[in-house]
Design a protein around this ligand. Sequence first.
Ligand SMILES: [Zn+2]
Length: 138
Amino acid sequence: MARPRDFQKKRVYLAEWEVRVQDFRSLAETLEWADRVIRSEWWRRNVGREVRFVPPHGNRRKRATCWLGRICLPNQSWAFSRLVVLHELAHIVAGSWARHGERFTGAMLMLVEEFMGRGWMLRLKRAYDRNGVKYGIV
Ligand SMILES: [Zn+2]
């Protein structure tokens, strides 16, 4: 049986939703933290790709998106979260062709450990395990 193109997207979302908390009070505060990540020495050394956070286009955009090095977070409280920021950045690290596969989740775990700490990384890993999400090495 051929597996669908983005075979574990739903499970990744479910797992991350279990772990996600609202860390910030506003989109501006969220983007301030995101900026610190992409300006960090770690990002420059290990990723090196330029990323831009672009403002949501009107309030009709409800999802977080990432395309061609541009990330757009919606002005919605669920997105005021370090995990949501790192999810979009993991797409940059893994490459868009990786979708939500093992390479993506491997990148996600690496970013969470680096920018949120080992405890959060282990929490996310357990949630991935509970939901049958596969993760690999970047
Ligand atoms: Zn995604």
